[in-house]
Design a protein around this ligand. Structure first.
Ligand code: PLP
Length: 385
C-alpha cells in the first residue's frame, strides 16, 4: 500500500496516520492500551517510555489531524478545553488575550474563572470587526484567539486579516476551527499559528468520545506545546483517539450531508413569522456570508434561531421529536440546544446580551438523517410555539 501525503482531502482523511500495521497488516490502527513500555536497558527504548508522553494510537490521530489541517504537527488532548488549556499555558502571568466575544461558553469560563486567577487578562471583542480587534491590543497582549464560525451566533471572522494583525503586533494567533472542521476551513493556510478543535464534535462525529487537538506549523510552538502536553498531562486515552480516527475517515461524507440538510432547514425557516432572527452563514442575508464564501468551502451544519423569548424557544425545543435535546453538536444525530441555559450558562447575561444572544435563542446541530424527516420535525417544533 502506498499513500501519497499530497493526496486529496478524503484520501488523507482515510489514510494519513493510518498505514497498515507493520507486524500484522491490520488495516485499522491498533489500540495501544498500555500505560508503559518495556525498555531494553537504561536509556535504551523503542522511542516509547510512558503513555502520557507517547502512545502510537495517539500519534496516528495526531499525524492524521496535522495532514488534514495542512500543518506540520498535531497534538491531541483529553478534551477541547484541555487543548485550550495547553494553548493558554504558552502564556504567563501579566499577559493579555484578545478573544472573540461569542465563542463557546466553556472557553470563556476557562479564561474568566481559571486563568484570570493566574494573572492572565482577556478582552472580548466582536472579532468580525477588525478595528475592534486592533483597538483591544495592549502592550501586554500575547494571544489573539478567535472562533469562526462562532458558537452559537455563527459570526464569521476574517482569518487572513487576523493573521496579519497578529503578525504586525507579534502575537500568537489561534482559531477554534471546531464548527467548520478542516474539511471546510483551514486556518493555518490563512497564516493563523494554531488551529484548535474539540474533536468531540464533527471530527469524531458519532457523539461517543470527548477529545481536543491543536495543530501548528511553527516549530517553536510545536516544541513548547509538546512539552506542555506531557507536563500538563491532559492527554486522551488510546480508545478515544481510535474512535476519533475512525470517525474522521468519513468526515467529508458526513459534512456534505450535514450541510446539505442544514441548508434545507435554514431555507425552510426563512420568513417564518414565529422567528425573530435566523443565523446560518449560507444565507445571503447573513452578515458574514460573502466572507464565509471566500474563506470556507461550505457553510457547515449548525443553524441558530431566535424566538421572541425563553418560553417560545422552550416550546420549540421541547416540541421536537427527532432532534434530541442535548449539549454538544457535530454528531450524526440531530441535536437541539438552548445556549443560554446549557452550553453558555457560564457566560454572564450582560455579556451574552451585549453580543446579541438572548434567552430565545435555540441552536440546531443538524445531523445526517433524511432531510424530509428533519424538516417535518422542525415544522412540528414550530407548531408547538
Ligand atoms: N470549542 C467549541 C466551538 C465548542 O463548541 C466546544 C464544546 O462544545 C469546545 C471548544 C470545548 O470542547 P470539549 O467539550 O471537547 O472540551
Amino acid at each position: 500500500m502506498t499513500f501519497d501525503p499530497k493526496s486529496g482531502f478524503s484520501t488523507r482523511a482515510i489514510h494519513a496516520g493510518n498505514p497498515p500495521d507493520t507486524r500484522t497488516g491490520a488495516v485499522a490502527v491498533p489500540v495501544y492500551q498500555t500505560s508503559t513500555y518495556a525498555q531494553e536497558g537504561l536509556g535504551r527504548n523503542k522511542g516509547y517510555e510512558y503513555a502520557r508522553s507517547q502512545n502510537p494510537t495517539r500519534e496516528a490521530l495526531e499525524e492524521n489531524l496535522a495532514s488534514l489541517e495542512n500543518g506540520a504537527h498535531g497534538l491531541a488532548y483529553a478534551s477541547g478545553l484541555a487543548a485550550t488549556t495547553n494553548l493558554l499555558c504558552l502564556l504567563k502571568a501579566g499577559d493579555h488575550v484578545v478573544a472573540s466575544n461569542n465563542m463557546y461558553g466553556g472557553t470563556f469560563r476557562l479564561f474568566d474563572q481559571v486563568f484570570q486567577n493566574f494573572g492572565l487578562s482577556a478582552t472580548y471583542v466582536d472579532s468580525s470587526d477588525l478595528g475592534a480587534v486592533e483597538a483591544a491590543i495592549t502592550p501586554a497582549t500575547r494571544l489573539l484567539f478567535v472562533e469562526t464560525p462562532t458558537n452559537p451566533l455563527l459570526t464569521i471572522t476574517d482569518l487572513t486579516a487576523i493573521a496579519q494583525i497578529a503578525g504586525k503586533h507579534k502575537l500568537i494567533s489561534a482559531c477554534d476551527n471546531t464548527f467548520a472542521t478542516p474539511y471546510l476551513q483551514r486556518p493555518l493556510e490563512s497564516g493563523i499559528d494554531v488551529a484548535l478543535h474539540s474533536t468531540t464534535k464533527y471530527l469524531n462525529g458519532h457523539s461517543d468520545m470527548v477529545g481536543g487537538a491543536l495543530i501548528v506549523r511553527r516549530e517553536d510552538l510545536a516544541t513548547r506545546l509538546r512539552f506542555l502536553q506531557n507536563a500538563v498531562g491532559a492527554v486522551p486515552g488510546p480508545w478515544d483517539c481510535w474512535l476519533a480516527l475512525r470517525g474522521i475517515k468519513t468526515l467529508p461524507l458526513r459534512m456534505d450531508r450535514h450541510q446539505a440538510n442544514a441548508a434545507q432547514i435554514a431555507q425552510f425557516l426563512v420568513g417564518q413569522q414565529k422567528l425573530q432572527r435566523l443565523f446560518y452563514p449560507g444565507l445571503p442575508t447573513h452578515p458574514g456570508h460573502e466572507l464565509a464564501k471566500r474563506q470556507m468551502s461550505g457553510f457547515g451544519g449548525i443553524v441558530s434561531l431566535e424566538f421572541r423569548d425563553l418560553d417560545a424557544g422552550k416550546r420549540f425545543a421541547e416540541g421536537l421529536r427527532l432532534f434530541t435535546l442535548a449539549e454538544s453538536l457535530g454528531g450524526v444525530e440531530s441535536l437541539v440546544t438552548h445556549p443560554a441555559s446549557m452550553t453558555h450558562a457560564s457566560v454572564p447575561r450582560a455579556l451574552r446580551e451585549a453580543t446579541g444572544f438572548t434567552d430565545g435563542l435555540v441552536r440546531l446541530s443538524v445531523g445526517c438523517e433524511d432531510a424530509a424527516d428533519l424538516l417535518a420535525d422542525v415544522e412540528r417544533g414550530l407548531a408547538a410555539v
